[in-house]
Design a protein around this ligand. Sequence first.
Ligand code: SAM
Length: 276
Amino acid sequence: MSLTPDTFAWVADVVRRRSAIQLELGKEYLVESRLLPLARAAGLADVDTFVRSVRSAPHPTAVEAVVEALTTNETSWFRDAQPFTALADHVVPDLLAARGPFGVGPLRIWSAACSSGQEPYSIAMVLADLVPPTGMRIVATDLSQQMVDRARTGRYSQLEVNRGLPAPMLVKHFTRAGAEWQVAEPLRQAITFQKHNLLEAPPLGGPFDVVFLRNVLIYFDLATKRDVLRRVQQVVRPGGYLLLGAAETTIGIDDGWERVPVGRSSVYRLTARRAA
Ligand SMILES: C[S@@+](CC[C@H](N)C(=O)[O-])C[C@H]1O[C@@H](n2cnc3c(N)ncnc32)[C@H](O)[C@@H]1O
């Protein structure tokens, strides 16, 4: 282990200030393993030397690469299943019923912290069965430029496809691209990918009917969770929905949301009192 306490403290501080991700003491192994490839790519023997070189001449790209390397991009198709069932069986029918037969433009969805894209493409596959292709607009964002670029290509290895993508969905929405699979054009056209930090003002493309904010609040402290949820409220339509990860809730953090049990999970609805 080459990491000194001072190096760890500097990395934890820069990551917290730029992404709000908390790296508590004990996460030295994570910093070491995530930054070692960057050190090697820079021709340096160890992480401590690499961090010292970044600190001595802090270049925005190098600092950004450190922060990106400390993000956890774990994701899969239809992750946890229940939120996507809730979207199909409750959220979209409720939103469409509230609009009436003449509607008001496409359903607008924000997939915040979308990682490599499996979440927004899963949302698009659900919506494809419920609304016409012009009936959905999805904005998918992540802090990591690398993830955003990768998600935009819509290309996935067989191994990635095997993680939760039902065979009928593969047949219906993907084409072969060499050894990989690519999401078909109509779904890709429905999604706009962009880099976005949840610590900043929400992206353009709203107001949104639904926000997916899943498996990212877990990395933040309470004050940051509250700030992020407040900002999300500002871009959700009255009566719009928020879908969180299995280990996340608004309860005790932000009372602007009503918990709506759907099947074995819950979704959150913006309460009229707070609606903009
Ligand atoms: C574990 S993944 C979750 C992906 C997907 N939402 C899911 O549930 O499968 C967490 C993502 O949050 C992103 N992230 C972390 N901090 C962020 C921030 N401050 N702003 C935006 N995205 C952030 C990371 O880059 C990472 O891709």
